[in-house]
Design a protein. Structure first.
Length: 145
């Protein structure tokens, strides 16, 4: 019994150490890492959106589009916002390699005044697992017109 356990541990050690011994030559880009390891890669078309001037009390929204440029399905695990005034909506289905997806951010300006900046933290199974998106707006109240 102990010999079998020792044999299994020895096989695991060789497997783990053997996986880390590959040397890479040339350009080490995110895309080449994805193809080497079979990972998803999330690439947004924009990481920041400015709504400009908006009236207090408005709900404004934008869509952040992205593409899976990796070689495995991409899954968004969560998209959390920096404030309860902002919500995010996204499809929970995996995005296949080469396909596109989107994440909607909606900002409720009620109770705000002046320049506002909010973030959305997107957590995925991609090679870079956390991406920050940012929305900004200048909220105008009736007194500031």
């Amino acid at each position: 019994m102990i010999k079998n356990i020792n044999l299994i541990v020895l096989i695991l050690v060789f497997t783990v150490t053997g996986c880390g011994s590959n040397s890479r030559k040339g350009n080490n880009t995110v895309d080449s890492q994805a193809s080497d390891t079979g990972k998803a890669v999330i690439s947004f078309t924009e990481y920041e959106h400015n709504f400009g001037k908006v009236n207090a009390g408005e709900k404004v929204g934008c869509i952040f589009s992205f593409r899976n440029t990796g070689t495995s399905p991409l899954v968004i695990n969560s998209a959390s916002t920096s404030c309860g005034c902002t919500v995010s909506k996204y499809n929970k289905k995996p995005v296949l390699p080469g396909n596109e997806g989107s994440l909607e951010a909606i900002f409720n300006t009620a109770g705000y005044n002046g320049i506002q900046s909010k973030t959305i933290t997107v957590q995925t199974n991609a090679t870079v697992p956390v991406v920050l998106l940012k929305i900004t707006a200048e909220v105008i109240t009736n007194n500031n017109n």
